[in-house]
Design a protein around this ligand. Structure first.
Ligand code: GSH
Length: 96
């Protein structure tokens, strides 16, 4: 899995744990950013994803949504190809 994966989370969030577990099952390395005490990042995430929940999973700068979204992509066989694609300098920048 070559993609650059970032997961925005909060502690005590069941969907965050499930998203991370799915990625860990696939041996995907990912960066986790805790937005619990970061209202600035929360605001940016809403602007970027149009969603107000965590987790928010980004692959090579592209927002994929939360756990149910990546699980649906996985069931459809569409997640692994995204995770196998290497990052490019043109990828949208993320915040931390
Ligand atoms: N379908 C979403 C549901 C995510 C969700 O409901 N997350 C909760 C935390 S586990 C949330 O963000 N609630 C609103 C909030 O914390 O502000 C997913 O699978 O990621």
């Amino acid at each position: 899995m070559k993609a650059a994966v970032t997961v925005y989370t909060t502690p005590y969030c069941g969907f965050c744990h499930r998203a991370k577990a799915l990625l860990e099952e696939k041996n995907v390395a990912f960066r986790e950013i805790d937005v619990d005490a970061r209202p600035d990042l929360r605001t940016w995430l809403v602007e970027r994803t149009r969603q107000r929940t965590v987790p928010q999973v980004f692959v090579n700068g592209k927002p994929l949504g939360g756990y149910t979204d990546i699980a649906a992509l996985d069931r459809a066989g569409k997640l692994d190809p995204l995770l196998d694609a290497p990052p490019s300098p043109d990828d949208a920048a993320l915040r931390d």
